[in-house]
Design a protein around this ligand. Structure first.
Ligand SMILES: [Zn+2]
Length: 118
């Protein structure tokens, strides 16, 4: 199998609009971009209503602040099937090609010639 991409760590920055409750240590968090613009597309109707309550100060909260956190995740390796040239995500000990059913191990080596263990 030819490996197109190895496992790799992807870093990104997450932004949230945060309102702190004036009467305690609770906080209310809403998705936004680095300019503090609300990401309303990812919010439910109920979340949007609560955001409106926060921004109009109907609930006891501070002015909003934009908080930034660094995050990361592991992107799986991707290989090309030797049999049918479909792309195969390599993220476990057995990875099956959706095109032909060939199987590959975590390193992209074919498992198809190994005897079945019963
Ligand atoms: Zn295949």
């Amino acid at each position: 199998m030819k490996i197109l991409a190895r496992n790799r760590k992807i870093f990104y920055t997450n932004y949230e609009m945060v309102f702190y409750a004036l009467d305690g240590d609770r906080k209310f968090v809403f998705p936004c971009n680095d300019y503090g613009e609300l990401d309303s597309d990812s919010m439910t109707v109920e979340e949007m209503q609560f955001f409106e309550d926060c921004i109009s100060k109907n609930v006891g909260v501070s002015d909003p602040v934009v908080e930034e956190t660094s995050k990361s995740f592991i992107a799986s390796a991707i290989g090309v099937c030797d049999v049918c040239i479909n792309q195969v995500v390599i993220d476990s000990a057995r990875n099956m090609c959706s095109g032909c059913g060939s199987e590959y191990d975590y390193h992209g080596h074919s498992l198809d010639r190994l005897p079945l263990v019963s």
